[in-house]
Design a binder for this molecule. Sequence first.
Ligand code: C5P
Length: 316
Amino acid sequence: MSPAVPLFTESFSGRAHGKVNLHLGVGEARADGYHELSTVFMAVDRPETVTLTPAEEASISTTFHVEEPDEDVDTPRNLAWRAVEALAGAAGDTEGANLPPVRIEVDKTIPVAGGMAGGSADAAAAVVAAEALLLHYGYTVEPEDRDNVLKALGADVPFAAMGGVALGTDRGDSLVPMMCRGSYWFTFLNPKVGLSTGKVFEKLDDLRFTYASMVPHMDTALISRALLSGDPHQVGAAMHNDLEPAALALRPSLQQIIHDAEDAGAIRAMVSGSGPTIAALCEDQAVALRVVDKLTAQGNIDGFAAQGPVGGAALL
Ligand code: C5P
């Protein structure tokens, strides 16, 4: 039996941020369906907030500050829901924690299925909130168990938890923090219709089968050096994404957004992660806001400026 819901329920909120891959090298497809990555993540200040409140019944509801997806995301399949369940399962003894049902509220500012790891940020924020909720009920979670839960929730979830700038290898989930000087302004441009991450990776495998010249770029030395300079021009010149040709093959119209963003003043525009969001690195905030204005004028693209690096998942 679940413990009774206390009369004065306390809420627990966690927050995590979106990311951009400044370098995304994709290696071979592995037997587990994932690809070996060599990627440089930077967390950017687009927050996702997850609030957990003990309630009579388990539920989830999402508030969108970005384009709402066609599909209903307020189901137990939601990563935030799965994160709370998984962490509760890892707490206490082998049977997991005995918690009351919780109401989960997700506040989203990151485009859905956009290549900025919004769902992964929800999961990381939910894990932080769930850890505090569990502690409130007298349960602790071993750091190793929490790390395993983060990895099991998705390849980008450990970075959403960690934040900052990091090199990701294996599935992108074995992380080492990287040195970075200065901070960087980006414009993120989202054509409102998402792309499936799995389909973009599959497309890259197809393209590589046909075009032998499309080799993996696993060397991150160039971007590592650029990040030490503090100079957005050097960083822009070093940005690279192996998934870009695959995202462009599936969504050729993205090429125009890249062109227009650079035309409007961005130093370098590139597909963010698996897309379709375009990340445009700019000289400063003023340029980033100008690029937003120009590219969103026709109404078919959502855009916002965001700065990185910022921190990882934290309790509010
Ligand atoms: O881990 P996540 O659910 O975010 O990954 C979504 C999909 O992206 C995977 O099912 C896989 O098809 C693809 N992927 C991959 N290699 C990675 C990360 C993701 O092939 N390193």
